[in-house]
Design a protein. Structure first.
Lengths: 375, 587
């Protein structure tokens, strides 16, 4: 199996299951990535992973030790596989494990940040400099149901033809991903959107780049639907594929028990401008929504009135003042008579400052409201 | 024609050419959206510059300085009011109106209250306000041409109208935006240069305005009296007269190039007279204005009756009237969203403040340099004459005069463009019934032709007074509608209709009476000239009371509409009424 070839199989060898898998795979594989023939390898790999999952231990990418992490920024403790079940925020992880893989869905997209956690789904604007990833080879990954409740996905079972499969994980990328030897680095997809998760990404696979580019930074989101079929790299890419599959499998093993539903959030909602449920509530005029709305309008009105009264009283008192206290009209400041100074010079900065202050206050009010609504 | 005149003509021609060139950048505009709202493709800085350019009309450029020259501190409420009006707009109207997606006030009225009748009424007032505002612009164009070059005034008015309508027809709003931004900076430059020069001269000459004496003629000056004027003379002055003067006591006396003395008291000079004053002679000031410089520096100088009433009415009119001006509102629609609308408005305030500070300075300095205008009371030409008065007729003076004339010209062009675009927009969408580009062009021609005809008919108009009247109408009709519509859930269409009608009739009626020359006694006279302090509260009251009485008529979806107006853009609730309305491919 390919795992033996890229040199980082220590973790695997510790695990009986993994060993089994490894063993198994190693048995069948002629040894070395060059001997990869596609689907056969894939099948074995998947079976290995099932076995590894069943044993409840992690695969090669298990989060057991930091030593296996390669060059990378973050420490192992921050690494959160995509399918971790821990609540968001724990250890900086953001994603949760998907439930039993949805039928006909491509393998759930997962992150591949080598060592570091997806500390922040920082959204689509994280172009990590990654060399374009050669496609993943065995796309009949999709064709083979790794578990009983995974019906074979639609892409053909043409094992021979490497179907590029790419999936979109949703949004966000992790923190500066560290590379991890064996971790494929994938081309970051800047156009992630929430909601693509559940898509039947019967598409393509973005293959991992050549192994020598492992030192490049990696972004988690690597499967991107709609990626053009890249040409396939020589089988050495398979080692990395294997690694990915292992990690997928590994993450799956962390689920409490097979079959238990766990909700996976593959994207952090970034407050994109689309009506969300609470907004619909507000619009429908239900109790909470109505309260929120009247609260918003009332508070905005209060702020506006406050500023308006401030301006009105300040400026409106001046004619009265000038009429009642004529001495002001004769007072001189800086060589100018005081009324001229006030009305000709100072009033303009005063109005500008007030307007700017009001703008900030009103925007803050709106921000609070939007946060409440979209929490 | 003098060298100044030729240069000024050249400068004005250059402004027109530059405007056309810049405007032609926008002739790629094809869709109605392009035409009407610049497709929202202009950046906030350009938009802020364009708003300021459009807002600073002839009244701001020439009229304010003229008023300061004549009335002193009391006239400072004009520029302060114009600026504070913009603050009121930021506070109450900017973001919600943008979020409503409404393009004009009638559009907003329909969006909010679902009443076509109200929309029609608002259209009527938009057109009234727009045309009333265009009148002083065209007049100012004529005055500029006449003052600087000596050509008859109507040539200036006609040229301005033709140029503006042409720009609008060819390029629509988008081209107008760039042109107006350019024109703002031109205007500011055209003011800063003479201000700097005049200040230097003023400081060097070590003259003071703080004297208990009237201003003095700089040198031998001839004043042509074109309409009857009453002169308040406190310091007797010798004058060579050709014409008819009636002294404070006694019958009118006809002079033909005779020297006489104007004695203390009110002297009436008939139209057609020529008065020649020696250099250094004290200036007899038109009645009603402060006579001595010291008085002029002081608020509520002697002789102004009901000064506070008039001032407060003016304050109310200008503070509340800005938000209803048609060309101001249209500009908001070019912002991408409500937040940007607010922020743009803040930038606009900075630009306006800079401009008005310079104008105030120039107005004050013109008391020293162009006091002869005080004789006739037609002080609008103060800034135009200032460079020549300060620098003489040498090359610097001529160039500076040309620049100032160009700036004034830019002022008319920019505001007139904005007004014509907004009036044409309203006419095209509401009267002609469609949003096609072809209709818009036709409406633009109509929108320009009518005020031109009016301005050629009306011979004398005081800019800032006319503009203040326009503000009063706007404050009485659209301000209550906008403020109550945006913030009060309980407004009904009937209430809005009645309120707009009440405010509009009161203010427009007062305007008509005032413009026709009738002057009432005491405080009534002041109110006729400054109706806002009565008409604005009346409109608010009418709207509120009638809405309460017809409370059952609040629109069904009022809650959703209110939410749309106030909810931040993030939530994705705002709509675009213009694109919804115009779905057909544009002609």
């Amino acid at each position: 199996m390919t795992t033996s070839t890229d040199g980082a199989r220590s973790s695997v060898s510790d695990e009986p299951g993994a060993r089994t898998a490894d063993h198994r795979v190693g048995d069948t594989g002629p040894g070395g990535p060059d001997a990869d023939t596609g689907s056969a390898w894939l099948v074995e790999e998947i079976q290995r992973r099932i076995a590894a999952k069943n044993t409840g231990t992690g695969g090669r990418h298990a989060r057991r030790s930091a030593t296996e992490r390669g060059a990378g920024a973050a420490s192992a403790s921050e690494y959160v596989p995509r399918h971790s079940v821990l609540p968001p925020g724990a250890g900086g992880r953001r994603s949760q494990r998907p439930g039993p893989p949805r039928p006909s869905q491509a393998p759930p997209p997962r992150e591949h940040s080598g060592g570091s956690a997806p500390a922040a789904w920082s959204g689509p604007s994280r172009p990590a400099p990654v060399s374009p990833a050669p496609p993943l080879r065995p796309a009949s990954l999709l064709a083979v149901p790794p578990s009983p409740d995974r019906p074979s996905p639609s892409p053909s079972g043409s094992a021979g033809a490497p179907l590029p499969v790419s999936l979109t994980p949703g949004s966000g990328f992790g923190a500066p991903p560290a590379t991890y030897p064996g971790t494929p680095t994938f081309e970051p997809r800047p156009k992630r959107r929430a909601g693509r998760v559940g898509r039947r990404a019967a598409g393509r696979v973005v293959a991992p780049p050549k192994p020598d580019s492992h030192t490049d930074v990696v972004d988690e989101v690597l499967w991107s639907a709609g990626a053009p079929p890249a040409d396939l790299s020589p089988p050495q890419g398979l080692t990395t594929l294997g690694a990915r599959l292992l990690s997928m499998e590994e993450a799956e093993t962390e689920s409490p028990a097979p079959g238990k539903r766990v909700r996976v959030v593959l994207a952090e909602r970034k407050g994109v401008a689309r009506p969300v449920r609470t907004v619909v509530d507000i619009q429908e005029g239900t109790g909470v929504g109505e309260l929120l709305r009247t609260n918003l309008i009332g508070s905005q009105l209060a702020v506006s009135l406050r500023f308006a009264i401030g301006v009105g009283l300040t400026l409106g008192a001046l004619p009265l003042l000038f009429a009642l206290v004529p001495e002001i009209g004769r007072l001189e400041v800086f060589g100018l008579r005081l009324p001229w100074l006030l009305l000709g010079v100072l009033v303009y900065p005063f109005l500008l400052v007030l307007a700017w202050w009001y703008t900030r206050t009103a925007e803050r009010l709106e921000q609070n409201f939007a946060d409440h609504v979209q929490d | 024609m003098t060298a100044t005149g030729i240069l000024a003509l050249v400068a004005m021609g250059l402004v027109v050419v530059a405007s056309t060139v810049i405007g032609s950048i926008g002739t790629r505009a094809r869709g109605t959206s392009d035409f009407l709202v610049a497709s929202r493709t202009v950046g906030p800085a350009a938009n802020a510059g364009a708003i300021s350019g459009e807002y600073l009309s002839a009244a701001s450029f020439l009229g304010v300085a003229g008023l300061i020259l004549r009335d002193g501190v009391d006239a400072l409420w004009y520029p302060v009011g114009y600026t504070a009006g913009y603050v009121a707009l930021v506070l109450f109207v900017a973001a919600p109106l943008r979020r409503s997606g409404a393009y004009t006030v009638p559009d907003f009225a329909e969006a909010r209250l679902r009443s076509p009748g109200l929309r029609k009424l608002c259209t009527v007032f938009v057109v009234i306000i727009g045309w009333l505002y265009l009148l002083p612009q065209l007049h100012g164009a004529g005055l500029t041409v006449e003052t600087v070059t000596g050509l008859p005034a109507w040539t200036g008015a006609v040229t301005a109208a033709v140029v503006v309508v042409g720009t609008v027809v060819l390029g629509g709003m988008r081209s107008v935006t760039f042109v107006q931004a350019f024109q703002y900076w031109l205007k500011l430059t055209a003011l800063i240069l003479p201000a700097v020069f005049a200040l230097i001269f003023f400081v060097n000459a070590d003259r003071s305005l703080d004297r208990p004496a009237p201003p003095q003629f700089l040198d031998r000056t001839t004043v042509d009296i074109r309409t009857d004027v009453q002169l308040q003379v406190q310091f007797p002055v010798s004058v060579t007269v050709t014409g008819v003067i009636t002294g404070p006591t006694g019958p009118p006396v006809v002079y033909t190039d005779d020297e006489t003395r104007l004695v203390e008291g009110l002297n009436t000079v008939q139209a057609g007279a020529k008065l020649e004053f020696a250099g250094g002679a004290p200036v007899p000031v038109v009645a009603g204005a402060p006579v001595t410089d010291a008085d002029w520096l002081t608020p509520y100088a002697a002789g102004r009756e009901y000064g506070m009433l008039g001032t407060y009415s003016l304050i109310i009119a200008t503070f509340l009237g800005t938000m209803g001006l048609p060309h101001v509102l249209v500009r908001f629609y070019t912002n991408p969203d409500g937040r940007a609308a607010r922020r743009t408005a803040v930038i606009v305030l900075a630009l306006l403040g800079a401009f008005y500070m310079v104008v105030t300075l120039l107005g004050a300095l013109s008391r020293l340099y162009t006091p002869q205008l005080l004789v006739t009371g037609e002080t609008d030409a103060a800034i135009l004459l200032l460079p020549a008065a300060v620098l003489g007729t040498g090359p610097t003076g001529v160039v500076l005069a040309g620049i100032v004339a160009a700036g004034a010209w830019a002022a008319f062009l920019s505001t007139s463009s904005g007004l014509i675009v907004s009036v044409a927009g309203v006419l095209a969408t509401d009267v002609l019934g469609s949003g096609k580009v072809r209709d818009f062009r036709l409406a633009a021609v109509v929108a320009g032709a009518v005020p031109l005809a009016l301005s050629l008919g009306v011979t004398r108009l005081d800019f800032s007074e006319a503009v203040a009247l326009v503000f009063a109408i706007s404050a009485s009709t659209f301000c209550p509608l906008l403020v109550l519509g945006i913030w009060w859930r309980g407004l009904t269409d009937v209430g809005a209709f009645v309120g707009v009608l009440v405010g509009g009739l009161l203010s427009a009626g007062a305007v008509t009476v005032a413009l026709s020359g009738f002057v009432g006694p005491g405080w009534l006279g002041v109110l006729l000239y400054r109706p806002a302090i009565v008409s604005v509260p009346a409109a608010f009251l009418a709207m509120a009371v009638v809405s309460r009485l017809t409370a059952g008529r609040t629109p069904v979806d009022v809650d959703q509409v209110m939410l749309r107006l106030h909810a931040p853009e993030r939530l994705g609730l705002s709509r675009d009424r213009l694109t919804e309305r115009v779905r057909r491919p544009t002609g």
